[in-house]
Structure formats: C-alpha cells, structure tokens
Design a protein around this ligand. Structure first.
Ligand SMILES: Nc1nc2c(ncn2[C@@H]2O[C@H](COP(=O)(O)OP(=O)(O)O)[C@@H](O)[C@H]2O)c(=O)[nH]1
Ligand SMILES: [Mg+2]
Length: 408
C-alpha cells in the first residue's frame, strides 16, 4: 500500500474538466487521449475509489454516481485526472452553475496538483437543430474561467462532411470529387455560421478543434492524430511555461507510472509465487491473461494487437526464459514485457503493430538488455520465496526501471 501511494504522490497530475451534453463524445475523447478502450476508475475528492453498483460502470449506473468532484483516471494514463460535467441539456442552468462553482473553487486551490488546468468543451455537430444550444452559448457568454483555458472540441464533424457531400452531389459533382471536397466545404460553412457565433461571445474558447470519425476502430490513425492535435492545442492555450512543462512532464512520466502501477498491482509476483508453489509455469490460459494484463496497463496498445502479441511471445518463450527456474521465468517475462511495452508507447508514432513489438523485443535481446535483466532477476530473487510481497514488487520494479533504456 505504502509503496504504491508514494509512487502516486511523487508525480503531479494534469487536471481537465470535460464538458458537454450527453452523447457529445466526451467519453470517446477521454479514452482516445488515454489510449484505451477500458473504463476509467472513479475516485472521490479524498482519493477513495468509488464503485458503481455491480462494480462495472455501465452507462446507467455511471449516471447514478456522477459528481463533478469525482476524479476519473485511466489505468493506462494515470497522469491525467478528469472531471466529467454531465448535463448541459437545453436550459440546464443548474449544471452550468455547478460547473462555474467547480471552476471557481479549483482556482482558489493552493496546490497546483489540485488546480484545474484546462477545460475541454465538447460540442457535437450531428444534430442540426441543436448544433449549439442556448446553455452552451450561455457558457461562452457568461462563464469567466480565469486562467483556465477552454478548448472547444467540435465532435462528430464527420456528420457535417456527410451533409456537404450530399450537397456537392446535388450540384453535380462526381462521387470521388464530392468526397474530396466535402470536408473543406463543411469547414467553411461551419466557420461562417457556427464558429463565428461562439467566437463572438464574451468568453470565447482559446482554441478550437474539429474532430471527425472518433468512433473508428480503436487505435486508428485518425484517433492518434486527433489526440496529438488536442494535446498540442491544450499546451498552446496554457497560460504559463510552468503549466506547459507540467503537461509535457505528465505525458513523460506516464510510461514510468504505468510500469510502477503494473508491478505494484502484484500481477507478476503473485504469478511467480503460484508457480513456485505448483511448479508449473503459467499453465493454460494463465499465460494469455498474464500478457494481456501487461498490454492493457499501457496506452495505445489496443486489444486487437494483444492476440498477436500473445502468439509472438509464446513463440519466443525459450529465448525470453533462458535457463531461469520457472518462478523466476515468470518475473523475467513480466519485466521483459513491461520494458518492451513501455518502449513501444514511448516511441508511439502511428499505430503500434505486432511487427513493432517484435522489433523492440529483438533489440531488447540483441542489445544485451535481456541477459542483464535475467542476471539481475537471478541475483535479486531466490528459489524459496515468498515472491508475492511489497519488497519483491519494489525489487522487480527497480530492475525494470534500471533496464528500460535500451537505446532505441
Ligand atoms: N459519427 C461519429 N460518432 C462519434 C464520434 N465520437 C463519438 N461518437 C459516437 O457518439 C456516441 C456517444 O459518445 P460518448 O463518447 O459516449 O458521449 P458522452 O455521452 O459525451 O460521453 C457513441 O456512440 C460514439 O461512438 C465521431 O467523431 N463521429
Ligand atoms: Mg460519457
């Protein structure tokens, strides 16, 4: 417990309030930023984990426990803390007041960690009559957010592209040409009609971005590009260099935090202890689950990659294991996977493929890191155990952190 807490409190967080009516695409944006299809974990203001009934956060139970003060965090991207302001239906002044109150209170917080750093306001473009509701315009008219920049995210922009496409077809353009011209036409109409209305309010957003096709398969190129753009614009909109640095640092610390969370969760040492007791190395589906747990602990390693990864690792097992005894093979496999996945996320450009993983793993072995990690594990762990203790977790994490720079 203590160890995990220290790791968490060592790092600062970047805190974002995400606003927008139901179905605006808020959750989709957060999952994209955190590189996951998984659900967020919810904490109250004092850091205690909140579980919805039945413990799985289904959309309905989620509504039941909603509270703007609750912190949403994703396992795969623990440096970001989100607050979800639901509501903003037409005329939802109560929700607006809650958001204003929250923004005001957070501005008065003395610790930077508790302050609000940015607001992402999602405005969905898929409902003609309600493109911008009165409540939404009211926010930009009346809500002075002080130093906290608002980034307007116009979501579901693909639906405006669709309309522009139909229009172009009616004007006689061929399919391919209409398709090519549609986004430009949609952008121009949007700027003329809607963007100007928002920018004309008293407290307009500092930055805006238009987001298309975020419902594409997880990990798709377009999602990566959108996330990059959103984080760049957020950084540009921040008031001070210190805050810009905070955002960069949070992104940088993230890989280390993921490694720490993963090891401290005890997956590896528990499995090593089980192997010690049974004498059997990750039997049956255990191996798949073991690797799966590493993958989902990191951002941008999407589900569809995991099956391939599992097959690849299984094929490489003799090389990974070396001549370690079975319980230490388990620890070593965990360390190897954690280092390689960390490197993959660190270097993420475009979509991460199974071939990328193979490249990283081959380099891990060729550079000698694999041998060093095996030696460190043999040195650091004995064959009597027990392995499933906090001390063993800490030892394993140190080995991982010591060997994670393999010069790629
Ligand atoms: N067409 C389209 N649909 C989207 C886009 N982003 C999200 N959606 C869909 O809109 C629905 C609501 O999204 P969600 O993120 O749950 O909205 P929330 O209620 O604001 O959290 C989901 O079915 C998404 O798949 C987009 O860019 N284009
Ligand atoms: Mg949602």
């Amino acid at each position: 417990m203590e160890e995990a807490f220290q790791i968490r409190s060592k790092y600062q967080h970047f805190r974002v309030l995400i606003m927008g009516r139901a179905n605006a695409g808020k959750t989709t944006i957060l999952k994209a930023v955190c590189g996951t299809t998984g659900e967020p974990q919810v904490y109250n203001k004092r850091g205690r984990r909140i579980r919805a009934e039945g413990s799985i956060l289904s959309p309905t139970s989620w509504r039941g426990i909603h509270n703007i003060e609750y912190e949403l965090r994703f396992r795969s991207n623990p440096g970001f803390v989100f607050h979800d302001s639901r509501g903003f239906e037409a005329g939802a002044t109560e929700e607006l007041e809650k958001a204003r109150e929250f923004i005001k209170n957070r501005a008065a917080e003395r610790s930077v960690d508790k302050q609000l750093h940015a607001i992402w306001f999602c405005l969905p473009m898929d409902q003609d009559a309600r493109m911008l509701t009165a409540a939404e315009l009211d926010f930009f008219q009346r809500c002075d957010t002080g130093k906290v920049p608002v980034i307007a995210i116009f979501t579901k922009f693909d639906s405006l592209d669709g309309k522009a496409y139909q229009e172009l077809r009616r004007e006689g353009f061929k399919h391919s040409e209409a398709q090519e011209r549609a986004p430009r036409r949609a952008d121009e109409q949007f700027e003329r009609v809607h963007l100007n209305r928002i920018l004309g309010q008293s407290y307009p957003p500092k930055k805006e971005l238009r987001v298309r096709n975020m419902h594409e398969v997880a990990g798709h190129e377009v999602i990566k590009r959108t996330v990059t753009e959103l984080l760049e614009k957020t950084s540009d909109a921040l008031d001070t260099d210190a805050l810009k640095l905070l955002l960069t640092t949070v992104q940088g610390n993230n890989v280390e935090l993921c490694m720490a969370n993963l090891v401290n969760s005890g997956h590896f040492t528990t499995a090593a202890q089980e192997t010690l007791e049974s004498g059997v190395f990750l039997p049956g589906k255990k191996m798949n689950q073991f690797i799966w747990n590493v993958g989902i602990g990191f951002p941008y390693i999407w589900g569809q990659l995991m099956d391939k990864l599992i097959a690849q690792v299984a094929a490489d097992l003799p090389r990974v294991n070396g001549d370690l005894p079975p319980p230490l093979q388990v620890l070593n496999l965990g360390a190897c996977m954690t280092i390689c996945c960390g490197i993959l996320c660190w270097h993420r450009t475009g979509m991460i493929s199974a071939a990328d993983f193979q490249r990283v793993y081959d380099h891990y072995e060729d550079s000698g890191a694999g041998d060093c990690v095996r030696a460190a594990i043999r040195e650091g762990f004995d064959d009597i155990g027990p392995h499933d203790t906090m001390e063993q977790n800490a030892k394993l994490l140190q080995i991982i952190l010591d060997h994670r720079n393999i010069g790629m």
